[in-house]
Design a protein around this ligand. Structure first.
Ligand code: AMP
Length: 421
């Protein structure tokens, strides 16, 4: 059965919203928008299996804006009409920005509240009354405890990135917040993956929900040109420098495993005349926002981030994702590469894998149910190839002239059948 392609107009959106998406140059709704928006406008609960990059923010923001605009009732101080919970402050800020962008032709207000910064400005907004509140769980509970937020008038509640929320240990907070919501409300839950904890949370909070699943991990990655480069740990910085000097590296997000590793890498790149910024949890909120803004504006082309800090980064036109270190958790690989190839664009993801990381690569491939193609060293730039690159095609040579990989990987890895090298 072929599903007809719908336009934004077909979805039943009101004119001010249609004009806003036109201003954003959105030509066509993404699959999740096509499936979710009409049902949400009917007031249905929704369980959405979708990851960042699928257009899920507009899928919930547009109908929420329409519902609140139709109700034409300004929010009273401290009593928002819509509540969106997000796991990180970056994501909360981005969601709030999206509400402002899509709601630019409406008179509805949106504020984000999150920890790590003083609460005064957030409290000021809440006292004035906000229609849509986007919050991280901890700060929201804090503000509720002080009487600055009351949830009795929430008509629509969104739990975004539920899987990540649970991973980060927010389940108790989330349940507390849900208990403070009115029973009569519309509820939306989004999650990139659907582990059992998420489905049981969904069962407890949704009523007669519509299920929408789009861009499962494997198919989403089809637009992403993925590859793995085998490189000895000590040679990773010089290999990376070579890559970053390539002209097509217009905007790259580079992942390290640790905050310390991110800082160290930025310093090493600096020694090679490559300007990069680090984004991680040890930076102050102001620093993080400045860094992200620099990356968004193109002033900084290379951002080195840890998984947590990069969560929810919504910067268009990231040309390359580079996994300088492979993540400990295979799911993080999927989240990382999802930062490129946003909304129909294509992107490239290159992973560096050292001998010690072979098991991690194997776990990733198990999760994504496909092999990540191995890139031949010839595809690397001359600077990198002449640097102490771990493996030269066919003849793996390490930093000290010794052989690094005698085969496609260590014997136990189960990857030896792949003979690309
Ligand atoms: P999200 O999955 O909500 O994080 O959205 C990912 C990116 O897709 C954002 O940069 C949006 O601006 C963009 N986007 C959302 N909907 C559309 C659309 N219908 N057409 C083109 N881009 C879109």
């Amino acid at each position: 059965m072929t599903i007809p392609t719908l336009s934004f107009f077909d979805l039943g959106l009101m004119d001010p919203l249609l004009r806003a998406v036109r201003t954003e140059n959105y030509v066509q709704p993404t699959p999740i928008q096509q499936q979710a928006i009409p049902r949400l406008l009917e007031g249905r609960d929704l369980m959405g299996c979708a990851q960042t990059g699928s257009g899920k923010t507009a899928a919930f923001a547009l109908p929420i804006l329409q519902t609140l605009a139709a109700q034409a009732q300004p929010a009273r101080p401290r009593m928002p009409h819509a509540l969106v919970l997000a796991p990180t402050r970056e994501l909360a800020l981005q969601i709030c920005d999206s509400f402002k962008v899509y709601g630019r032709n409406l008179r509805l207000s949106c504020t984000a509240v999150y920890g790590g910064v003083g609460q005064d400005l957030q409290v000021r907004d809440l006292k004035r009354g906000v229609d849509i509140l986007v919050a991280t769980p901890g700060r929201l509970l804090d503000l509720m405890g002080q009487g600055y937020v009351r949830l009795e008038e929430v008509k629509v509640f969104v739990l975004d990135e539920a899987d990540r929320m649970l991973d980060m240990g927010f389940i108790v907070d989330v349940r507390k917040i849900i208990r403070a919501l009115p029973a009569k409300r519309q509820t939306l839950l989004f999650s990139a993956t659907m582990p059992r904890e998420v489905t049981s949370l969904a069962e407890s909070m949704l009523t007669d929900a519509v299920n929408v699943a789009v861009t499962p991990v494997a198919s989403n990655a089809l637009r992403i040109d993925e590859s793995v480069v085998f490189v000895e740990r000590a040679a990773k910085p010089s290999t990376l420098s070579g890559l970053l000097n390539r002209p097509e590296m217009s905007r790259a997000l580079i992942f390290t495993r640790t905050k310390h590793g991110a800082d160290r890498l930025v310093r090493t790149l600096g020694l090679n005349q490559i300007k990069a910024s680090a984004l991680h949890g040890n930076k102050s909120q102001n620093e993080r926002e400045r860094t992200l803004e620099g990356f968004r504006s193109g002033r900084v082309r290379f951002l080195v981030a840890t998984d947590l800090a990069a969560r929810g980064i919504d910067v268009d036109a990231i040309s390359h994702i580079i996994n300088f270190d492979l993540p400990d958790e295979p799911e993080a690989y999927v989240h990382r590469i999802g930062r490129t190839a946003r909304a129909g664009a294509s992107g490239t993801a290159i992973s560096f894998c050292s001998w010690e990381e072979m098991d991690k690569l194997r776990n990733i491939e198990r999760l994504i149910k496909r092999r990540v193609p191995v890139v031949d060293s010839q595809l690397l730039p001359a600077t990198a190839a002449s640097s102490p690159l771990a493996i030269a095609a066919g003849k793996p040579v390490g930093q000290h002239g010794r052989k690094v990989f005698s085969s496609r990987g260590p014997r136990r890895s189960g990857l030896r059948r792949r003979t690309a090298w």
